[in-house]
Design a binder for this molecule. Structure first.
Ligand SMILES: NC(=O)c1ccc[n+]([C@@H]2O[C@H](COP(=O)([O-])OP(=O)(O)OC[C@H]3O[C@@H](n4cnc5c(N)ncnc54)[C@H](OP(=O)(O)O)[C@@H]3O)[C@@H](O)[C@H]2O)c1
Length: 476
């Protein structure tokens, strides 16, 4: 099953979701009756920037619709920002005040729900923890916070809810892939299924850059400054180009799909900084393209391995045609076989849309007692992932290169599938590519280290996984 456009995505939600639109409108226990028809749900938002502004706009625009849907009037009562005097690019709702004091929201007993869209992992952590402790439901878009503190948040929720009659809820749909409903999908639509592989283009900035470099022939620097100008890059772009943003998201998806908690640093992570024009030329020669992909998959014994890396993606892969800042997540599973969710991974309205879905679900009284899904007792994490690999080696011309490559690979048990060589345009760029059969990455590292020490090797070897079992047959 593949859903590759907005219409299909809509259908997916309508067909596969828990029939949210038809659920009876239950009034959240902490809401206050303000009229004969509707109770009042008061919301405090931390952050009035890109996402915060979008949330306020959508809540105001669809107020009546949400009243009918939830039985509650959703009121943004206070917004906390860093600088209250800064002009805002959205209209403040009637009766809403702007503050710089956290306590104005956290200690306001009339506020039922806190939406944290200010970012960071220090003050945002205090805000989220304090809100939960004071019995307020929390919605956040903060993947960095969740990736860094997931087990701690889980424990905090268990401690708090163990002492309460009505559980406080924690929702974070916007934290992974912005507008794509991947969190709720993994929480509710794969419960009877077994996910075998999660692979995704989960960083819009790098996908935008790789598309610009591959399709439009832009240099790395040109692509990065264009991505920054369009607001696709994080404040510190190392998080994007180094693969670290994608790794935080993959960590969250792994917990939801497999029940495993992995330290982020234990997930092998390579960014896009070592890619050169040559790699795009070879990828074209092979008929595919290069994408930064996060992959987590079940290995033969049921354990899970993972990595974030630029990957060769063949033309028949559903990730191949995902260009620009678009995100996509492909789930291969036992029952559904193959499901791909594609959409906007960032931006004001896509991200706010996901926050709104969480807010409305809470206002309806929907429950998600285990926001990270149950932990698995027996699934272990395997750090040494296996794949077919692409190894690019720059060389100085001499005799015996092919023989030495063969000998080095044989020494480490690496089987070579093919050797590719483009016509040499500049001597300094002379390079060839080895494609290997499936092998653990540790072996590839050993092969690369040994090849780099050989006399003909002209600089560091570069390797990346080749995705898909059938990449060779998809070659043109
Ligand atoms: N933008 C996206 O496309 C996107 C996508 C997915 C997830 N997210 C996540 O959503 C969150 C918000 O992102 P954003 O793009 O909306 O950020 P943003 O445009 O920079 O807005 C941040 C807002 O938070 C306020 N703020 C920041 N630090 C604060 C502090 N210490 N105390 C009080 N207020 C503070 C800022 O106040 P001032 O306005 O006064 O400076 C600003 O209004 C982040 O966690 C981000 O990772 C964003």
């Amino acid at each position: 099953m593949k859903f590759v456009n907005n219409l299909a995505l809509g259908l997916f939600l309508a067909c596969a979701g828990p029939s949210a639109a038809f659920a009876p409108a239950t009034v959240a226990s902490s809401t206050k009756q303000t009229s004969a028809l509707f109770a009042d749900v008061s919301i405090g938002i931390f952050g009035g920037g890109t996402v915060g502004g979008g949330i306020v706009e959508i809540l105001e625009k669809k107020k009546e619709y949400f009243e009918k849907m939830t039985g509650n009037t959703l009121n943004v009562k206070k917004i906390c920002v860093r600088d209250a005097s800064k002009p805002r690019d959205f209209e403040l709702p009637e009766g809403c005040s702007v503050t710089t004091e956290y306590s104005d929201i956290l200690e306001d007993d009339s506020i039922d729900m806190v939406v944290e869209v200010m970012g960071g992992t220090t003050q945002a952590k205090d805000v989220v923890y304090d809100a939960l402790k004071s019995g307020k439901n929390v919605v956040t878009a903060n993947k960095a916070l969740i990736a860094a503190y997931m087990p701690e948040i889980e424990k905090l929720l268990a401690d708090i809810n163990g002492k309460r009659e009505t559980a406080v809820e924690f929702r974070y749909e916007a934290a992974v892939c912005g507008g794509i409903p991947i969190i709720r999908s993994l929480q509710s639509d794969f419960v009877g299924d077994d996910v075998q592989t999660v692979s995704g283009i989960i960083n819009g900035c790098t996908n935008f850059m790789l598309t610009a470099m591959d399709r439009d022939g832009k240099s790395y620097d040109e692509a990065l400054s264009e991505a920054s100008a369009l607001g696709y890059a994080e404040e510190d772009p190392t998080l994007d180009v180094g693969g670290f943003d994608a790794r935080s998201k993959l960590k969250i998806l792994m917990r939801l799909a497999y029940g495993v908690d992995v330290e982020e640093d234990d997930i092998p992570c390579s960014g896009i900084t070592e890619l050169t024009k040559l790699d795009f030329e070879y990828a074209k020669m092979m008929g595919g393209s290069i994408k930064l992909v996060g992959v987590a998959s079940q290995v033969d014994n049921g354990d899970v391995s993972a990595f974030v890396s630029p990957c060769y993606v063949s033309a028949d892969d559903s990730l191949f045609a995902v260009n620009g800042a678009t995100n996509a997540v492909e789930l291969v599973s036992k029952n559904l076989v193959c499901t791909t969710l594609i959409g906007e991974g960032a931006g004001r309205y896509p991200t706010a849309n996901s926050c709104i879905n969480d807010i409305v679900a809470l206002a309806k009284g929907d429950k998600t007692p285990l926001p990270f899904n149950p932990a698995s007792e027996d699934t272990k994490y395997e750090g040494d992932y296996s794949s077919d690999f692409y190894i690019r080696l720059k060389y100085k011309d001499c005799l015996g290169i092919t023989r030495q490559c063969g000998e080095t690979c044989e020494k480490y048990g690496v089987s070579i599938h093919s050797i590719l060589q483009n016509p040499i345009k500049r001597k300094a760029d002379a390079a060839f590519v080895l494609i290997t059969e499936k092998v653990p990455v540790s072996k590839i590292k050993q092969v690369c280290a040994e090849m780099e020490s050989l006399e003909w090797c002209n600089g560091p070897a570069f390797y990346m996984p080749v995705l898909g079992e059938n990449w060779a047959t998809a070659m043109v």
